[in-house]
Every structure is written in structure tokens, then in C-alpha cells.
Design a binder for this molecule. Structure first.
Ligand SMILES: Nc1nc2c([nH]c(=O)n2[C@@H]2O[C@H](COP(=O)(O)OP(=O)(O)OP(=O)(O)O)[C@@H](O)[C@H]2O)c(=O)[nH]1
Ligand SMILES: [Mg+2]
Length: 127
């Protein structure tokens, strides 16, 4: 199975994190996510993150730090996810593709349903 590289941003401000709802027709649809998307061929995870957060959330990333890398086999798809912490950015994050978005406090993250690969991230953020 092909391995898909994905970059996702854990966008934080104070104790809040910005999450988005995946569309029903997307892979792992109707689940909450940290915004991001697939790395193009020969594109670094960091460049992909900056591009995707501009496209999906309308922000310009000023600083990002790799938080964790997670590999997960969904059965229909093998993903390698690069989760970056993004705490410095320009612009106000919004759903540029019509997706539902929300700022939530870290302690409330556990009440949102995320794809399986995100479990370890949500646990680390709420620990
Ligand atoms: N963006 C994002 N994708 C995630 C997360 N967790 C997770 O398992 N994924 C998986 O990573 C894969 C790629 O993400 P994506 O669908 O956002 O890719 P994309 O923005 O390039 O979308 P597109 O395929 O519509 O062009 C999907 O299979 C998705 O299920 C997450 O927190 N954020
Ligand atoms: Mg995406």
C-alpha cells in the first residue's frame, strides 16, 4: 500500500486549539482534525504545512515546531502524519473551504472525535 505523507498543524493560542471538522465525503469524514493535508512529491513536511494552513485556514505560519510523527494503517490507507505545533501565525484562522471550525480549550479536546491516528496526540495534549 502506498504511504501518504501528511502535515497537520496544532494551532494554539493561550490554552485554546483550533480544530476543523472533516467533510463527510473525505477520508475519515465527519471526524475532527488538526488542519493540514498531503505533502506533494519532493515537498518537505514543513513546506506542506505552511501551504496547507494558508489554503485551508487562511493563516501565514510564522513558526512551527515538529511535535510528533505518527504512522497509522487505516486498512484502506497508510499515512505518516507530521504534527506541528503552530503558536505564531499571521491572520485569524477560519474555514477557507467551508469546513466547520472551532477554538476549543485543551481540556475539552477529549470530547471531540478524531481519527484513530490522532489519539496519541490528543492524549499528549491533554496529559
Ligand atoms: N489534515 C489532517 N489529516 C489527518 C489527520 N489525522 C489523520 O488521520 N489524517 C489523515 O491524513 C490524510 C490526508 O489529509 P487530507 O485529507 O487533509 O489531505 P488534503 O488536505 O491534501 O486533502 P485532499 O485529498 O482533499 O486534497 C487523510 O487520509 C486523513 O484521514 C489530521 O489531524 N489532520
Ligand atoms: Mg486537508
Amino acid at each position: 500500500m502506498k504511504l501518504v505523507r501528511v502535515s497537520a498543524g496544532i494551532i494554539t493560542r493561550n490554552d485554546q486549539v483550533f480544530i476543523a471538522l472533516r467533510k463527510p465525503d473525505q477520508h475519515q469524514g465527519d471526524l475532527w482534525e488538526f488542519p493540514g493535508g498531503k505533502c506533494d512529491q519532493d515537498e518537505s513536511p514543513e513546506s506542506a504545512l505552511v501551504r496547507e494552513l494558508e489554503e485551508e485556514c487562511g493563516i501565514a505560519v510564522r513558526r512551527c515546531v515538529l511535535f510528533k510523527t505518527v504512522s497509522h494503517d487505516y486498512g484502506d490507507k497508510l499515512v505518516e502524519l507530521f504534527f506541528f505545533q503552530v503558536d505564531d501565525f499571521e491572520g485569524e484562522p477560519s474555514g477557507q473551504e467551508g469546513q466547520e471550525v472551532r477554538w476549543v480549550s485543551m481540556s475539552h479536546l477529549l470530547s471531540y472525535d478524531f481519527p484513530e491516528a490522532n489519539k496519541v496526540i490528543v492524549e499528549a495534549l491533554t496529559a
